[in-house]
Write a protein that binds this ligand. Structure first.
Ligand code: URA
Length: 436
């Protein structure tokens, strides 16, 4: 078999066999098929798509590219959540300790910033000392101790996703339903969760720009995951505007602490509680989503999830006291503001433009080998729908250096859309799609 023939077959729109997919992905992981051929194949998949049989085969091949985590001997239930990616989308950091406080174990395997969207691992690593390259023994130990642990793909666990994820990020091949499905599910099956809640985003700041494509992705995740024996609920949620007030690695950790202290922004809390409530249902601790949500609200009020979050920081190498001391002042020295260009109302803050500006600032990366900045990002003082007056500060912006601010500021100004009349609130959760 030759890689070039597999690429050309997909380029022609034909269905690849499991053997062909195995040959390509296996060769990539083994180092015998180079990046440039896998990039070409990913672009062919981007344009030609995959059948559900191919998507299932790709997911399994990626899953089997390494070993899976054995959670045997640890008391479940094991339930996790994963987002398809957004801007200011930080719900994982809040959800894991909340559901853990209710007796659910969350074995969370996440990714880094991808395209214009933020990454859970980059956010966590902005906490000085925090490690996301856990060994399997550590992952198990921290789940037992704190109820959850957060790690990345490794050379041993889903190495195919570790490589492909980074390659797609820089080759314009992220927004593909089969590639997203296989990337997410290979990680989620390998980590050992029995039940999964997916936050499938649509809107300018998501990889799926409209609800129709969002629903196709949700279906693909639900059907492929169910075929692998998992119980799955997907929520279709709005990502046309950034979630919460903070976009940036440490900025978002800070906002998660606010949420865990009962002082989170309304939109962020709404999506967080809807997702967490369903995890509680999948974990068998509530009969329906409303009951699950209520339990999560009570848990947050008890402060137990906040304490668990800080326990996890300590387990994974950070210093909770230092983290709390950095709150509010761990910022880049390169700072600027964006002010309102007119009086009236903000009709929309375009999440995509904020996300792209974030990449320039250092929140995400342009090249695989780029480092992200923990202290770069954007604070939104106003949200879509709120009144503004000419010259009022709408955003504070921190860049990794002066040039990054110059690049991001025009885009951030463009992200602000105005209207003379107030708008009605956006519907944040559009639909639920669940496995049988
Ligand atoms: N999250 C993932 O883990 N993979 C993707 O491809 C997109 C979002």
């Amino acid at each position: 078999m030759r890689a070039v023939d597999v690429i050309m077959k997909k380029r022609a729109g034909a269905e690849l066999s499991r053997e062909e997919i195995e040959f390509l992905i296996g060769g990539y992981v083994a180092g015998t098929i180079p990046d440039y051929q896998v990039s070409a194949w990913a672009m062919a998949v981007f344009f030609r798509g995959m059948t559900s049989a191919e998507t299932g085969a790709l997911t399994e091949v990626m899953l089997r590219s390494g070993s899976s985590i054995d959670l045997g001997g640890i008391q479940g239930p094991f339930v996790d959540k994963h987002s398809t990616g957004g801007v200011g989308d930080k719900t994982s950091l809040i959800i894991a300790p909340v559901v853990a406080s209710l007796g659910i174990r969350d074995p969370m395997m996440s990714g880094r910033a991808l395209g214009h969207t933020g990454g859970t691992l980059d956010k966590l690593e902005s906490i000085p000392g925090y490690r996301t390259n856990l060994s399997v023994a550590e992952f198990r130990r921290f789940i037992e101790a704190d109820g959850f642990a957060m790690t990345g793909q490794t050379k041993e666990i889903v190495p195919a996703d570790r490589l492909l994820y980074a390659l797609r990020d820089v080759t314009g091949t992220v927004e593909s339903i089969p590639l997203i499905t296989a990337s997410i599910l290979s990680k989620k099956v390998a980590e050992g969760a029995e039940g999964l809640v997916f936050d499938v985003k649509y809107g300018s700041g998501a990889f799926m720009k409209d609800p129709v494509d969002g629903e196709k992705l949700a279906r693909s995740l639900v059907d492929t995951g169910a075929a692998m024996g998992k119980r799955i609920i997907a929520l279709l949620t709005d990502m046309d505007e950034p979630l919460g007030h903070m976009v940036g690695n440490f900025l978002e950790v800070e906002e998660c602490l606010d949420c865990l202290e009962g002082a989170g922004p309304k939109d962020l809390m709404e999506v967080t509680l809807e997702l967490a409530g369903r995890m509680v249902v999948l974990g068998g601790k509530a009969g329906n989503a409303a009951e699950g949500r209520g339990l999560c609200e009570k848990a947050i009020a008890s402060r137990k999830p906040r304490d668990l979050f800080l326990d996890n920081v300590k387990s994974q190498g950070g210093d909770p006291t230092k983290l709390l001391a950095l709150r509010g002042n761990y910022r880049s020295e390169f700072v600027a503001t964006v002010t309102a260009a007119q009086s009236g109302y903000l009709s929309r803050i375009d999440a995509w433009k904020v996300g792209i500006a974030g990449v320039s600032l250092g929140v995400g990366r342009n090249r695989t080998e780029d480092a992200v900045s923990p202290v770069a990002g954007v604070q939104l003082h106003k949200k879509g729908g709120e009144a503004v007056s000419l010259g009022e500060t709408v955003m504070t912006v921190w860049g990794k250096d002066a040039a990054s601010l110059d690049a991001a500021l025009p885009l951030l100004r463009e992200a602000l859309e105005y209207t003379d009349t107030p708008r009605s609130p956006r519907k944040l959760v559009l639909k639920e799609i669940a496995s049988e």
